[in-house]
Design a protein around this ligand. Structure first.
Ligand code: TRP
Ligand code: SF4
Length: 520
């Protein structure tokens, strides 16, 4: 089918951060630096977002800093080199599809799965002063699963601490796909960020809650001062003593930010007590500055343009939302939450305007920009639920596993009398009032050709018995390309429809329009 042209997919990656305010070196080395690298390598389509709803799962009692922290994180990201020209950078709460999918996932997720996520009990015990016995906090990892799956990514770049959440995400995807016999959600893999050991100023792990951080965009003098006051973890209390650099957090800073040669020199001087700690620390501060000084400068200039930054985030969130919507449409259809009256209409008496209404697709403006294969799937569903008369029950060989959506779209419907009905959709984008189809060389009793017009947004449906054109069909076998027969429908100026099989015009098929007798 011309419409089924495959679109270039670079594998997608998605990751997020809670807005806890300005980033520190630990956040940078553990995540952000890696994201910038992945973005610049250009191998992936990248989505990065600020998880402000996740912040509310713990900070719901005082949300006053969430927006400020969100902007702070965004400014640090941009300063560090995330680039809206290369990645989609957005705010979680500006994309309501995350919340919608979270809600739908909550219907199918057993409570036990969430209670067993290790971070749940740990955090409840470790975070004191906040009541975390809430529904939202229990659902934290499920919201994360929705964050991820709504973009159908292949990989999720995260640190070791998030692996359990990615595992839950895979389980939810698997359960959804198997419950609804679909492949909407590919199971994403964690793309583990190697995170070097980066101690805080007191030698413990760098963490905001320990108050031992060095900010990614702090002024160079502040950074130098903090490093100057850093603990040596008991090494070289007297400067004449030799030290062990493997025990000193300053040496860890060297290992992360200095060259291998310089690190060797530092270790040698430490063991030989040949250079005072204060010089070793000045050297460390210089290495840190060389690595991240430009980020501080970039942040300074970003801060004078916060309106632009916010506008960019809103714009990028709209882009993310459009992508998320592509996932949500088939998901809503699966739960029978699509916005048209659909199959329900068939249970009520059909009024005289019915035929006109069901063929008028102007209400479905949300379909027109979907990728061709998803649109084709929705349109087939729509056709089955709205256009096929009530006395024509159709089934599909539903237990079959489809390897690709293309194959699924070629799968015929079966009538009560076991007739095989091939259904294909086409949109007149190449030329107005002309539709192209490609029909597999298998035999079907009926071809149903669905033509939809970009201009009038009308749908024309032609159930055509294959045997009516069997001689043309036999001829066409010789002209086939790639095992398929090219078929074309044209709408003439007088409003008639002609059928062309393998480049030979064969008939006026106007009379077939909307006539479902061949399916009975
Ligand atoms: N839980 C993550 C953290 O604390 C943040 C997060 C929320 C996230 N949603 C996500 C990370 C989706 C990756 C993908 O760091
Ligand atoms: Fe630490 Fe450097 Fe002093 Fe050794 S010389 S103890 S590595 S600060």
């Amino acid at each position: 089918m011309a419409e089924l042209a495959t679109q270039n997919p670079r594998p997608r990656i998605l990751s997020g951060m809670r807005p806890t305010g300005k980033l520190h070196l630990g956040n940078y080395m553990g995540a952000l630096a890696n994201w910038v690298r992945l973005q610049n390598e250009g191998q992936y389509e990248c989505y990065f977002f600020i998880a402000d709803w996740h912040a509310l799962t713990t900070d719901y009692a005082d949300p006053s800093r969430v927006k400020l922290n969100t902007l702070d994180v965004a400014l640090d990201w941009l300063a560090a080199g995330l680039d809206p020209g290369k990645s989609t950078i957005f705010i979680q709460s500006h994309v309501p599809q995350h919340a919608e999918l979270h809600l739908l996932f909550s219907m199918i997720t057993p409570l036990g799965w969430l209670e067993r996520v290790p971070t749940y009990k740990e955090q409840q015990e470790n975070i004191t002063g906040k009541d975390l016995s809430t529904y939202g906090f229990l659902g934290y990892p499920l919201l994360q699963a929705a964050d991820i799956l709504v973009y159908q990514p292949q990989f999720v770049p995260v640190g070791q601490d998030q692996v359990a959440h990615v595992e839950l995400t895979r389980e939810v995807a698997r359960r959804f796909n198997s419950l609804y016999k679909t492949e909407v959600f590919p199971e994403p893999d964690a793309l583990l960020t190697p995170s070097p050991k980066l101690p805080g100023t007191d030698g413990r792990k760098m963490s905001k809650s320990y108050g031992n951080t060095i900010g990614l965009t702090e002024a160079p003098t502040t950074v130098a001062f903090k490093i100057h006051n850093m603990s040596t973890n008991g090494q070289r209390i007297r400067q004449s003593d030799a030290g062990d650099p493997d025990l000193c957090p300053v040496a860890d800073l060297h290992k992360v930010f200095n060259s291998p040669d310089a690190v060797a020199e530092v270790e040698k001087c430490c063991r030989a007590a040949s250079q005072r700690c204060e010089f070793c620390k000045m050297d460390a501060a210089r290495a840190v500055h060389n690595a991240i000084g430009h980020i501080h400068d970039a942040r300074m200039s970003m801060e004078s343009r916060i309106d632009d930054t916010w506008e960019m985030l809103r714009e990028q969130s709209r882009k993310a939302s459009a992508r998320a919507e592509q996932t949500m449409m088939p998901v809503r259809a699966i739960f029978d939450l699509s916005h048209d009256l659909g199959s329900i209409r068939r249970y009520f008496a059909v009024n005289e305007n019915h035929d006109k209404e069901v063929r008028d697709l102007s209400q479905h403006s949300d379909w027109w920009d979907l990728p061709a294969d998803q649109r084709a799937k929705l349109l087939r569903n729509y056709w089955k639920n709205n256009l096929v008369p009530r006395d024509v029950p159709l089934t599909q060989e539903s237990n079959r596993e489809f390897t690709t959506i293309d194959r699924e779209l070629e799968e015929p419907f079966i009538t009560a009398k076991k007739k095989r009905v091939f259904v294909s959709t086409s949109r007149d984008i190449l030329m107005r009032n002309r539709w192209h189809f490609e029909i597999p060389l298998r035999s079907y009793e009926v071809w149903t050709l669905l033509c939809w017009s970009d201009e009038t947004r009308a749908l024309y449906d032609f159930p055509v018995p294959q045997k009516t054109f069997s001689s043309d069909f036999a001829m066409a076998r010789r002209v086939k390309k790639d095992g398929k027969i090219p078929v074309q429908i044209d709408r003439t100026e007088e409003g008639k429809f002609t059928l062309t099989i393998a480049a030979r015009e064969v008939a006026d098929i106007s009379a077939f329009q909307g006539d479902y007798a061949p399916l009975k």
